[in-house]
Design a protein around this ligand. Structure first.
Ligand SMILES: Nc1ncnc2c1ncn2[C@@H]1O[C@H](COP(=O)(O)OP(=O)(O)OP(=O)(O)O)[C@@H](O)[C@H]1O
Ligand SMILES: [Mg+2]
Length: 327
C-alpha cells in the first residue's frame, strides 16, 4: 500500500478510542478505506504497550462457528460458547504477556452469530481492546443481515462508532497526488472525484491503471487526465464478483438497463422469469435506482447506495458482450 493520506481526524479519534477506552467500530460503505484505517491505527500502537492480533471474517468463515477466529484458536468448531470464549481470552493474553491485547476484526459484518457473541463478550468485559470494521448495512441492502451482536458493539455503547465517508475534493486530491507522486491539475481532481464519488478503492484502481495506460500524464509539472474515463479491468473483475450474485434473469435485466440507461420507467420491463415486483426487489438489492435527473423518471443501472458513483454504473455495460449491444 502507498502512503496513508487525508484521514488525520479519523486516525486521531480511532487511536484515542483504542488507547484510552474499549475500542472502536469503523463503519462505512465498500471500498471507503476501513481496512486501510485499521492498519494505520495498528501501526501507530506502540509494540511495547500493545499486542495486536488481526482477524478477518469472510463469507466462508461465516459458515463455521467462530470461523473468523480460527487463525487464533485453531480448529474450534466443536467448542461450546463458554469454552471458545475462554480459549480466545487465554490465547490473547498469552500472546500479549505484560502488554494490552488488541483484537482487530476486519469485515465483522460477516461474523457468524456465535463469533459475534464472542466479540461482544470481550467488548463487555473491557479488558481486551477491540478494533472492528464493518460494512454499513444501509449501504449494502443486498448483503446478508449483520449479526445482532455486531450491532450491539456500538449500539450498546461498548465501542465508539466511526462512520467513514468517501473523500471530498481535498482528500481526493491528496490521494491522487500521493499515488501519482506529484501535484495534480484541479480539473483532473474534479473529474476523478465526480467519476468515483471520492471512493478510495475506485480512485486507487483508476489512478494505478491510468499510470500504466498513460491516461494520467505529467504536463508542465502537473498530472493531468488525458483521454476517456474507463473502467480498469481489476475493477470490472471486482464488480463481476458482485454481479455473480444475481440470478441469470436479473443479470440480463441489469445488462439491458446498463446499456440503455437511463430508461423511462414505462419502458423498463423485467425479463421473465423475474417477478412482477422485480423493480422493488431490485431497488432493495441496490442494483438499480430511480433517477429523476433528466426530466422523466428513469432507471440507472447499479446506481445504488452501495456503489453509487458513475464509474461503477459503467461496469455492467462494460461487462456485457459487445455483440449484444447492437440492436
Ligand atoms: N486514507 C487512505 N490513504 C491512502 N490509500 C487509501 C486510504 N484509504 C483507502 N485507501 C486505499 O483504497 C483502497 C481501498 O481501501 P480499503 O481496502 O481499506 O477499503 P475497505 O473499506 O476496507 O474496502 P472493502 O469494502 O473491500 O473491505 C486500498 O487500495 C487502500 O490502500
Ligand atoms: Mg476492507
Amino acid at each position: 500500500m502507498g502512503a496513508f493520506v487525508a484521514r488525520d481526524e479519523e486516525l486521531r479519534t480511532t487511536l484515542a478510542a483504542v488507547v484510552a477506552r474499549r475500542g472502536t467500530a469503523i463503519v462505512g460503505p465498500p471500498g471507503v478505506g476501513r481496512t486501510a484505517l485499521l492498519s494505520a491505527v495498528a501501526r501507530r500502537l506502540t509494540t511495547s504497550r500493545f499486542e495486536v492480533v488481526w482477524t478477518a471474517a469472510t463469507q466462508a468463515s461465516r459458515q463455521v462457528p467462530f470461523g473468523a477466529f480460527r487463525s487464533v484458536l485453531g480448529a474450534c468448531d466443536r467448542l461450546d460458547d463458554h469454552q471458545a470464549y475462554g480459549a480466545l481470552h487465554t490465547e490473547l493474553f498469552r500472546r500479549a504477556g505484560a502488554r494490552i491485547p488488541v483484537l482487530v476484526i476486519d469485515d465483522a459484518h460477516r461474523l457468524d452469530d456465535r463469533g459475534a457473541a464472542l466479540a461482544l463478550g470481550l467488548a463487555a468485559e473491557g479488558v481486551v481492546r477491540l478494533m472492528v470494521a464493518a460494512r454499513s448495512q444501509s449501504a449494502c441492502p443486498a448483503d446478508p443481515p449483520v449479526s445482532d451482536a455486531v450491532v450491539a458493539l456500538w449500539k450498546d455503547g461498548y465501542l465508539e462508532r466511526l462512520d467513514l465517508a468517501a473523500f471530498g475534493r481535498v482528500g481526493t486530491q491528496q490521494l491522487i497526488r500521493s499515488l501519482a507522486g506529484g501535484p495534480v491539475a484541479q480539473a483532473t481532481v474534479d473529474c476523478l472525484h465526480q467519476w468515483t464519488g471520492g471512493n478510495p478503492l475506485l480512485l486507487t484502481e483508476l489512478v494505478r491503471h491510468a499510470r500504466v495506460s498513460r491516461h494520467l500524464v505529467a504536463e508542465g509539472g502537473l498530472w493531468r487526465w488525458r483521454g476517456p474515463l474507463t473502467v480498469p479491468p481489476r475493477l470490472a473483475e471486482l464488480f463481476d464478483h458482485e454481479l455473480n450474485r444475481l440470478s441469470p434473469a436479473d443479470h440480463d435485466t441489469l445488462a439491458a438497463v446498463a446499456l440503455g440507461e437511463p430508461l423511462p420507467l414505462p419502458s423498463w420491463k423485467p425479463s421473465p422469469p423475474a417477478s412482477p415486483d422485480a423493480s422493488k426487489t431490485w431497488r432493495a438489492k441496490g442494483c438499480c435506482t430511480p433517477s429523476t435527473g433528466r426530466g422523466a423518471s428513469s432507471w440507472c443501472a447499479w446506481g445504488s447506495r452501495c456503489w453509487a458513483p458513475p464509474c461503477v454504473g459503467a461496469c455492467p455495460a462494460a461487462a456485457t458482450p459487445t455483440g449484444r449491444r447492437t440492436p
